[in-house]
Design a binder for this molecule. Structure first.
Ligand SMILES: NC(=O)c1ccc[n+]([C@@H]2O[C@H](COP(=O)([O-])OP(=O)(O)OC[C@H]3O[C@@H](n4cnc5c(N)ncnc54)[C@H](O)[C@@H]3O)[C@@H](O)[C@H]2O)c1
Length: 334
């Protein structure tokens, strides 16, 4: 049994608590959140203790592993605390919004063999992952294009926008990581990014984007198109296409059932697709935790490393540089 401390009991922390409690080989021991009301609610719902401080929660001798689901600016402090305590840590994305802080953290943890897994859950989605596996198996031949559509159902509120750190670093970061996941050891070398404010007032006030498109290029010449929106009236639109010399594969949107309706007003209409990430990627979040537990038990390397988290942030930063300077930006992962 792996005993967990959960740091952060907000929207995603609550979900992780439930997943830990539901896992046959995991147990939630401590919950810490600066908001004691959130902490006590999640602790009570999952038969866990409310921790007095993050350091107590991590260092507790009954705790084997840490899950960081608190606000982004807290991740590095908790990553370092967990690594100092030699407790395997599953940390939500992004590691931080500031690459200098990420590099400083990288120096601090250099040499440690502590397991760190970053929460890029989409790698664990069965459809996206089997598409990547089919490419590795040679089923689509030489890869030429990756096309990722990732659109949220509706824009977040102004408080979220002001705290999240911008569309590219908070949201597109998943798509940058998914592109790197599919490409394997073929690195991305160039990026061209466009962001726009087409429909949301709060996004305008926050000086952020509600619409974006990116073209990236890998060293082998694969072209990647990522397209994002903060609004899709039909639900959480998550599609990935890979195209190559032997064909094409699509990981499409999912609906709760496979029913198709034929009436006098519709042909082949389906139920609405899942509304947002907690429903659409429910199984991926579970499989992500499962992988983390397997890595702890088998003492094996992380499937989503600190470097993966850092590289995705480097791509997000390059995207801002491209948008701001209206130019194609070369990528340097060093
Ligand atoms: N992988 C994904 O699909 C995914 C989805 C959503 C959010 N996230 C990430 O998860 C993190 C949390 O996002 P959220 O949507 O749950 O936000 P949220 O605002 O709902 O929750 C954040 C929680 O952190 C707590 N917090 C703030 N400072 C803290 C501190 N010093 N110590 C402990 N807790 C503290 C807040 O009180 C709040 O309860 C963010 O980094 C976000 O990027 C990832």
């Amino acid at each position: 049994m792996i005993n967990f401390t959960l740091l952060g009991a907000g929207r995603i922390g609550k979900m992780h608590a439930k997943i830990i409690s539901g896992h046959p080989e995991a147990n939630l021991v401590n919950v810490y959140d600066v908001n004691t009301e959130f902490a006590s609610q999640v602790a009570n719902d999952n038969d866990a203790n409310i921790a007095k401080s993050p350091i107590d929660a991590i260092n507790d001798e009954n705790v084997d592993a840490v899950l960081i689901a608190s606000a982004t600016p807290t991740h590095i402090e908790y990553l370092v605390m967990s690594t100092d305590a030699n407790k395997p840590v599953l940390c939500e994305k992004p590691i931080d919004l500031d690459i200098d802080k990420v590099n400083e953290c990288r120096n601090k943890i250099a040499g440690s063999s502590n397991l760190i897994q970053i929460g890029f859950n989409r790698r664990f989605d069965k459809s996206h992952a089997s598409l990547q596996q089919a490419y590795v198996n040679g089923e689509i031949g030489d890869l030429e294009k990756i096309i990722i559509t990732s659109r949220d159902p509706s824009p977040p509120d102004l408080d979220y926008l002001n705290a999240a750190g911008g569309f590219f670093r908070d949201t597109t970061i998943h798509d940058f990581d998914l592109s790197r996941f599919i490409l394997g050891d073929d690195p991305i070398i160039e990026i061209s990014a466009f962001g726009d404010n087409l429909f949301d007032e709060n996004v305008k006030i926050a000086n952020d984007f509600d619409t974006a498109m990116f073209i990236l290029k890998s060293k082998a010449g694969v072209l990647i198109n990522i397209n994002n929106s903060r609004r899709a009236v039909y639900g959480y639109d998550q599609r990935v296409e890979i195209f190559g010399s032997k064909g094409m594969m699509i990981s499409g949107n999912q609906t709760p059932t496979s029913i198709r309706k034929y009436t006098d007003s519709h042909t082949s209409s389906k139920e609405p697709i899942y509304n947002f990430f907690i429903e659409r990627y429910e199984q991926a979040y579970k499989d992500q935790l499962n992988e983390f537990i397997l890595s702890i038990k088998s003492n094996s390397k992380s499937k989503v490393t600190f470097e993966d988290g850092r590289n995705a942030l480097i791509l997000a930063n390059a995207a801002y540089e491209s948008h701001n300077n209206k130019k194609v930006v070369s990528i340097d992962f060093k």
